[in-house]
Design a protein around this ligand. Structure first.
Ligand SMILES: C[S@@+](CC[C@H](N)C(=O)[O-])C[C@H]1O[C@@H](n2cnc3c(N)ncnc32)[C@H](O)[C@@H]1O
Length: 357
């Protein structure tokens, strides 16, 4: 069959778009290096800085810093000034330097490249259908997840998110039994355990790596109101135990989400509350296409979320964008819950669901 003629302009545009992803990969690595070396923190509030000044401040090699600084200016992440001076703007600091105080902090998400053996296993998963669990992804991925999701939880959970729930803050102040199902490395658990010392917090996650990181935090902060279990949500107590349960950014990662939501229903006190946080998405792929970062979400899905949700035979495989409001409402009602309220808390990536019996 005769090949259609290729429009040279279209070819250029398409090639440019593909090479832009390669540029993104390279810039991602540079962001990771800058984050690891504390370069964004060194540039924070420092005004225009030369490579030699940065070398003096950090003890790092000037020639290497100059190449990195020029690359960051080329990526428009640093402002360039005459005389080879480079500046991190206030906006740049919020996104790349201020992990504790900025909701926009993103540098923690750039935790290095996917290791070659994980890539091999993902390629194999396309043949077998069976993906990798979070445990299989190893400590690096657990750390990256924690830093990527941490800022919102640390900064907004107590002042903004919990207060929208009916009666939950009062219960936590008085003393409640709380479970975090899929607690990961425990940012939410520890944040709540510090804020509500009268309550007891139980963290469940099948990843021993994540639970290990959580244990370290609990020890460091000498918290005596946290208990941790290497266990999936399927294995939480099957009698009414908890006044409040949360499940953040993980129902879509589970092989058996319906079974876990049913277990949560069994485990909840009759007047309890479940708070689910999950990715902001729509049922219709075409509507999701409006999200300019959609391709990144699909990358997360294949490399982590859907992979985890298919890590056992028969897994539901929802994936990053699979737990949209319609799926959420249907699944919680099927588990026996009768009240379902969606909260949009201006979190750019997530929606929040308040679910009650
Ligand atoms: C994206 S991480 C989110 C962790 C944590 N909730 C947070 O916000 O940082 C997803 C977590 O879901 C956990 N997970 C996967 N399957 C699970 C299951 N069946 N029950 C409970 N947690 C599960 C993974 O081990 C992983 O730690």
């Amino acid at each position: 069959m005769e090949q259609p003629a290729i429009d040279p302009d279209q070819l250029k545009r398409y090639s440019f778009s593909v090479w832009s992803f390669k540029q993104g990969e390279m810039v991602s690595l540079m962001i990771h290096i800058g984050d690891r070396l504390g370069l964004y923190k060194a540039l924070d509030n420092a005004g225009p800085v030369s490579a030699s000044e940065l070398a003096e401040q950090t003890g790092l090699q000037e020639r290497w810093l100059l190449e990195w600084l020029r690359g960051q200016a080329a990526a428009r992440l640093l402002e360039y000034h005459d005389g080879d001076r480079f500046e991190l703007s206030a906006v740049g600091s919020a996104v790349l330097a201020d992990e504790e105080g900025s909701l926009s902090f993103a540098a923690g998400a750039f935790g290095g490249q996917t290791p070659p053996d994980t890539v091999d296993k993902l390629i194999e998963a396309f043949r077998t259908g069976i993906g990798l669990s979070y445990e299989d992804l190893g400590p690096n991925a657990a750390h990256r997840t924690e830093r990527m999701l941490g800022p919102w939880t640390r900064q907004e959970l107590i002042p903004k998110i919990l207060p929208v729930l009916d009666g939950v803050v009062d219960k936590l102040n008085q003393g409640a039994d709380v479970a975090d199902v899929g607690c990961g490395s425990g940012v939410a658990l520890v944040t709540m355990a510090k804020a509500f010392p009268n309550s007891t917090f139980h963290g469940y996650d099948p990843s021993s790596i994540a639970i290990g990181r959580c244990k370290e935090k609990v020890k460091e902060l000498a918290l005596d109101n946290v208990e941790l279990f290497v266990a999936g949500g399927e294995d939480i107590p099957s009698i009414p135990t908890f006044d409040f349960l949360i499940s953040f950014d993980c129902i879509h990662d589970m092989t058996q989400p319906a079974k876990v939501i049913a277990a949560i229903y069994q485990s909840m006190q009759p007047d309890g509350t479940l708070l689910i946080k999950d990715i902001r998405s729509r049922v219709d792929f075409k509507e999701n296409m409006r999200n300019p970062l959609l391709a990144m979400f699909y990358g997360f899905s294949v490399s982590a979320c859907m992979s985890s949700a298919l890590s056992e035979p028969g897994g539901a495989g929802l994936g990053t964008l699979g737990f949209n409001p319609e799926v959420a409402e249907r699944m919680v009602r099927e588990a026996g819950f009768t009240r379902f309220r969606q909260h949009d808390l201006d979190d750019p990536s997530n929606l929040y669901y308040e679910v009650r019996p």
